[in-house]
Design a protein around this ligand. Structure first.
Ligand code: HEM
Ligand code: HEM
Length: 306
């Protein structure tokens, strides 16, 4: 036992050392590429940012700031309940919708574990937030900042990626225009990962798991579960890299833009972000089974298991 523990410890040390070595080699390689005379033309032609469309608005309106916060806040509950579903523990309570009032269906409602019920409640709010964001994005012209419109976004994103890897941050001022790598990842997160989470989530929900149809045969529950899980891993990885870059590429300026709608280096954005972070951490701890069960009892038949 002890010996295998020691072996495992050494393996971990070797793994961390190898990862560090690869990171150092990566940074050195990126610097060499940046400095290579043969590539000077490439980097001056593709500095990392596409041309800003003239009609694109500047800055972040209040609705966008709120929706960005609500998205992250709701994801706290979505991720927590998703992990609880995956852990397959016995749910602390079972919830059955009362089939009366606004949503009355022919098929009797299915009994759901408390975590699945809560996951679906918060998903509904998250999707609602997303739909409002989509509508306002296109109505306000903000989509022009997010969606790449020319193919040179690809070489520009490669250029920006090499600059990030070399720790020579590409020029970026999110208030004015995102760099190409930001555009690609923000657009993929909003227009691909979000809708895919919804489609795969619906496939796992009682709407489809109880049905046999062309769609359910082509798109199996196992495939949907795998993809749904992969999307969560993407969301978490995106958030870690996103927040790391927000903090390391001019934290005050970036946080002011997204949390206070200001284009300066005061401390207000950081203060608002800190409060929002406290709210999110509180959310994680407050959403306990006892509270959720009481919430579920408003309008549903609930069977407590303890
Ligand atoms: C957009 C709307 C969404 C819907 C309708 C939805 C729906 C569902 C449903 C029905 C399940 C399966 C419950 C069961 O096994 O009985 C599930 C599982 C899960 N969801 Fe979602 N979900 C959504 C979004 C998300 C998002 C955005 C995330 C993470 C960022 C997420 C993470 C998870 C995880 C980790 C599981 C457990 C998967 C497993 O068992 O391997 N979901 N979701
Ligand atoms: C809670 C910590 C977070 C912080 C501090 C943060 C901060 C920011 C900032 C400062 C910007 C503007 C970028 C710039 O000016 O360069 C931004 C944009 C964006 N963030 Fe976050 N973010 C957080 C969480 C998230 C999460 C969890 C997601 C999604 C999973 C997300 C998705 C986005 C998207 C899509 C944009 C572009 C929005 C647009 O312009 O319409 N963020 N974020």
């Amino acid at each position: 036992m002890r010996r295998s523990g020691v072996v495992r410890g050494w393996r971990l040390v070797a793994l961390v050392a190898a990862a560090l070595a690869i990171a150092v080699v990566g940074v050195l390689a990126a610097r060499a590429v940046l400095d290579a005379p043969a590539l000077r033309d490439f980097f001056s032609r593709y500095p990392g940012t596409t041309e800003r469309p003239e009609a694109a608005p500047y800055g972040f309106p209040a609705w966008l700031q709120w929706q960005h916060f609500l998205n992250a806040f709701l994801l706290v509950f979505i991720v927590k309940s998703g992990l609880q579903i995956r852990a397959k523990q016995r749910p602390p309570a079972f919830v059955t919708r009362r089939n009366t009032g606004l949503i009355t269906t022919k098929r009797p409602p299915r009994r759901l574990g408390l975590h699945v019920w809560w996951h679906l409640v918060v998903d509904t709010l998250w999707v609602l937030n997303g739909v409002i964001y989509f509508v306002l994005l296109f109505a306000s012209g903000q989509w022009l900042r997010l969606v790449p419109l020319t193919w040179d976004v690809i070489p520009n994103a490669i250029s920006a990626g090499i600059q990030y890897a070399a720790f020579q941050w590409p020029l970026h001022d999110g208030w004015v225009h995102y760099n190409a790598l930001q555009q690609l990842f923000y657009a993929a997160t909003v227009f691909l990962a979000g809708p895919l989470a919804l489609v795969t989530g619906l496939r796992l929900s009682p709407i489809f798991t109880q049905r046999d149809s062309w769609f359910t045969r082509r798109f199996t529950e196992t495939a949907a579960r795998r993809l749904h899980w992969a999307i969560m891993v993407y969301f978490l990885a995106f958030t870690v890299v996103h927040v790391t870059l927000v903090v390391t590429t001019g934290a005050l300026r970036n946080l002011n833009a997204m949390y206070a709608g200001r284009h300066d280096e005061s401390w207000i954005g950081l203060a608002i972000f800190a409060v929002s972070l406290v709210v999110m951490v509180l959310g994680w701890f407050v959403a306990r089974p006892a509270l959720l069960t009481r919430l579920a009892e408003r309008g549903n038949d609930v069977r407590r298991m303890k």
